[in-house]
Design a protein around this ligand. Structure first.
Ligand SMILES: [Zn+2]
Ligand SMILES: [Zn+2]
Length: 442
């Protein structure tokens, strides 16, 4: 073992350093706020689940289950999997905890890490984070459109006003098999030209042929029969209503007949949200082979609860990628307030000053003042320099003399004016000064 080798984070993972936390905190705050405004409550499910949960929900023949899951055996020989997405767990919990006895539809949201084995590339990680909204127990198409609106509202609250909605219907158990037949017939004498993945998909999951990113495959897919032309009456009416409710909310959308999403559990409505910069790529007006920047997506999953052993329960939801959202926020220079804005820097001098500064720190903290310390330093100049650097308005200095008098000096940092105040008056004095507008610096 080479102990001098520096240990690094596993491939496809990253640390969220303190300097980044304000963005994450902002996302969590907005998700909680929007959740509350629309009647969604937070749910947390385990990070790992029984492997069969994802095999039965996401689907055996999907990329996720075939290639991307972190699956491991426990000592008791159970097969567990780090969750690759959030919906399956939420529906599992809904069934397991009898949430069908709650007033329906049950509205839940989650925030947390997901895990997929992928080739790391920009904005694609092996541990990534999503927030998601699920609305379980209602089949009305108004909710499909309303949920899309909620996703857009969340993005707007994060400063992302320019997004593109792509939408499609992938039918249900009644009409999808009919379409599948038409699709297989179309591909029958074209399979040889497709990529290896598509050759396999042709046999196992032909719907996925439509959204292959390989150039030639997508050319073949472009001429494939359209799902919407094969919808049964119920699915067609449902889709029509969803679009009308979107119109009513003045939400513009692109119909994308090849949008299928990589999970088996979807029925009827599926949608994806992209950054507006992807519009050219999405509408085929760009020569760039870049993939559009997908922020998230979702859809209806009316069969999922039944697939997991529950009662027939119509439901729908969406999930958004937090890394991509934050990267877009940064790119668009969206201002996010700092988490901590220290107001006061505590300076101490001499051993007695240092000791007293412990008590004073607590006094200030209890008084609601955002204070930072530098207990380890000795030199007053270096402490004042540090105070200057973090731009506090006041330094509170406890020297030997002040410590004996149970007092401290309040120093206004920009002007350098100082005043000695007894410990028991210092909180009120600082609060009074902090309430006043800071002097305009020349
Ligand atoms: Zn392909
Ligand atoms: Zn149908």
């Amino acid at each position: 073992m080479d102990k001098s080798k520096i240990i690094q984070a596993p491939k496809g993972t990253f640390d969220i350093l303190p300097t980044e936390q304000k963005y994450w905190e902002k996302v969590r705050r907005v998700v909680a706020l929007v959740g509350a405004q629309y009647g969604f409550e937070r749910i947390d499910t385990p990070i790992f689940e029984g492997t069969d949960l994802f095999e039965r929900s996401v689907g055996q023949e999907t990329d996720i289950v075939e290639k991307q899951m972190y699956t491991f055996k426990t000592k008791g020989k159970d097969s567990l999997t780090l969750r690759p997405e959030g919906t399956a767990s939420v529906v599992r919990s809904y069934i397991e905890n009898g949430l069908n006895s709650w007033p329906q539809p049950v509205r839940l949201y989650y925030v947390g890490p997901m895990f997929r084995y992928e080739q790391p590339q920009s904005e694609r990680y092996r541990q990534f984070h999503q927030f998601g909204f699920e609305l379980i127990g209602d089949s009305h198409p108004i909710y499909d459109a309303w949920l899309i609106n909620i996703a857009l509202v969340a993005l707007r609250e994060l400063g992302l006003h320019k997004t593109v909605v792509a939408i499609n219907s992938i039918g249900d158990a009644k009409c999808r098999p009919v379409y599948r037949k038409a699709l297989v017939a179309y591909y029958k004498n074209k399979v040889g030209q497709l990529c290896e993945d598509c050759k396999r998909r042709y046999k196992t999951n032909p719907l996925r042929l439509l959204d292959c990113k390989e150039h030639h495959c997508s050319e073949v897919a472009a001429k494939a029969p359209n799902l919407v032309d094969h919808l049964c009456e119920e699915c067609r009416n449902h889709f029509k209503s969803v679009l009308e409710y979107l119109d009513e909310q003045k939400i513009s959308y692109m119909l994308n007949p090849h949008l299928v999403r990589g999970l088996d559990y979807y029925t009827k409505t599926v949608f994806q949200l992209y950054a507006e910069e992807s519009l050219e790529i999405l509408s085929g007006n760009s020569n760039s082979h870049k993939n559009p920047l997908e922020l998230g997506g979702g859809g209806r999953y009316d069969m999922l609860a039944q697939q997991l052993g529950g009662k027939n329960t119509p439901a729908l939801g969406f999930a958004m990628g937090i890394e991509r959202i934050i990267s877009l926020m940064r790119k668009n220079n969206i201002k996010v307030s700092e988490l901590k804005k220290p107001e006061v820097f505590l300076v101490q001098l001499g051993e007695l000053g240092r000791k007293k500064s412990l008590t004073l720190f607590e006094k200030l903290r209890e008084g609601g003042i955002d204070v930072v310390e530098s207990f380890g330093r000795d030199n007053i100049k270096s402490q004042l320099r540090a105070a200057d650097k973090i731009k506090v308005r006041y330094a509170v200095i406890v020297g030997q003399k002040e410590a004996l008098e149970e007092a401290a000096i309040i120093r206004e940092m920009t002007s350098g004016t100082q005043e000695t105040i007894p410990f028991d008056k210092i909180v009120n004095e600082l609060k009074k000064r902090l309430r006043q507008a800071p002097p305009v610096s020349s």
